[in-house]
Write a protein that binds this ligand. Structure first.
Ligand SMILES: Cc1cc2nc3c(=O)[nH]c(=O)nc-3n(C[C@H](O)[C@H](O)[C@H](O)COP(=O)(O)OP(=O)(O)OC[C@H]3O[C@@H](n4cnc5c(N)ncnc54)[C@H](O)[C@@H]3O)c2cc1C
Length: 375
């Protein structure tokens, strides 16, 4: 058998798949190695949110919007569910409303598709928003939702069928000395390698990871079912805590006031990096999270008090009489303190693409487009 290809990709998470997609479309022969039988990393543990509104205006937002375009194309061709449901940032306090107003004043004409809504207009967008003490909200048109557990299985199968991607699930890449790449089972000859290994910093080029300011982050998540499965969330929802999580809002002057208020009301939020997002998948299930704990080695055990705080905050902005938590898990992603991603040529022809933090789904196809174009 001919075990040669133009490009080898390590990792069948969304970053590896997005690189495979763009490379195949350019006519490269691509082999993809994934050590598990299917992806089980951050890419299937997330909210499934394509979330351009979280990206700062300029280059990052453009990349997110380009990525969104590819998500819509890929979903259309592959046949997996994608919901162009938009998002709502809800304000329950004057300082949150001030941040949203400042954001619109600063960035309205800069690539976002946003609009401030008063209380009545928010209620028209989503019937589950808690109206009590609601001041208003920021509507954003661009957010989409996918069921990542399903999409991450469908994309590789579609790339294999449509573009001839060579899939090697169940093979861990052990060594790379180009032109040879060696897995636990096979040796291949390739011209280039793109390593998209997510939160595994130890198997390949551990020295490069060690030298980089990259850290792991653990996030606690939950899935809920609504009895009768009758609820339609409408847009994905979040509230004030999220404004201090995403860089998009960092230049809003009132953010610091809001930050101080939250810290005095509940220091636990900052201690565990809690902010609360709510998405809904095509099964009607609600995906709820999250928290952020950082370190090189993270406790495998989850904290019940984090889940309790997430649910408590969620209850402040939605009014669903009864939700039943049916799954709990955590995910781990790789993050850089001051950059949105890490793309480097670590050896001749060997590239690492990693560190997309909480925006890997959002930026994946846009970043991969840029990296493959530059090869
Ligand atoms: C709880 C949670 C919620 C999130 N929510 C969102 C969201 O809603 N929107 C958003 O934009 N982003 C979100 N993110 C971030 C996003 O999920 C990640 O940035 C993204 O999934 C990272 O993708 P990846 O391909 O780099 O890593 P992974 O998905 O972890 O994939 C890496 C793959 O590489 C494989 N691998 C590693 N080493 C080897 C080797 N040597 N040989 C073979 N295979 C190997 C692993 O088995 C793994 O499958 C969230 C993340 C988490 C954890």
């Amino acid at each position: 058998m001919d075990r040669s290809a133009d490009i080898a990709i390590v990792g069948a998470g969304i970053i590896g798949l997005a690189h495979a997609y763009h490379a195949l479309r350019k006519g490269y022969k691509v082999v993809l190695f994934e050590r598990e039988q299917f992806a089980i990393g951050a890419s299937v543990r997330n909210f499934g949110m394509i979330w351009p509104i979280g990206q700062p205006a300029g280059h990052d937002l453009e990349m997110a919007l380009n990525s969104r375009k590819h998500w819509l194309d890929v979903a259309d061709q592959t046949g997996f569910w994608i919901n162009r449901n938009g998002s709502l940032h809800l304000a329950y306090h004057e300082d949150e409303w001030a941040v949203l107003n400042e954001f619109v004043d600063l960035y309205n004409k800069q690539g976002y598709d946003i609009q401030l809504l008063d209380k009545t207009s928010v209620e028209l967008k989503s019937s589950v928003v808690n109206p009590n003490k609601l001041v208003g909200g920021l509507w954003s048109e661009t957010e989409c939702t996918v069921n990542s557990r399903v999409a991450l299985k469908k994309i590789p199968a579609w790339l294999e069928q449509e573009y001839g991607l060579i899939l090697r699930f169940g093979q861990q890449v052990q060594t790379i000395a180009l032109p040879v790449i060696e897995t636990s089972m096979e040796k291949w000859k390739v011209d280039k390698v793109i390593i998209c290994s997510g939160a595994d910093f130890q198997t390949l080029y551990p020295g490069a990871f060690k030298a980089k300011d990259i850290v792991k982050c653990k996030l606690q998540m939950m899935k809920a079912e609504i009895p009768g499965n009758v609820l339609d969330l409408g847009p994905s929802l979040c509230a004030g805590l999220t404004l201090r999580h995403y860089k998009a809002f960092k230049n809003c002057p009132s953010l610091s006031l809001m930050d101080v208020r939250y810290d005095s009301e509940n220091p636990f939020f900052k201690q565990y990096g809690i902010h609360v997002l709510l998405s809904q998948n095509n099964e009607g299930e609600l995906i709820i999270g999250d928290s952020h704990e950082y370190g090189d080695t993270l406790e495998p055990f989850d904290k019940t008090e984090i889940d309790a705080e997430i649910i408590s905050y969620l209850s402040s902005f939605i009014s669903i009489p009864k939700i039943e938590i049916v799954e709990r898990w955590h995910g781990i992603y790789a993050k850089l303190p001051n950059e949105n991603y890490w793309a480097t040529e670590v050896d001749d022809g060997v590239h690492i693409v990693n560190g997309l933090g909480g925006a890997g789904m959002t930026l994946s196809f846009g970043l991969a487009d840029k990296i493959i174009n530059a090869l």
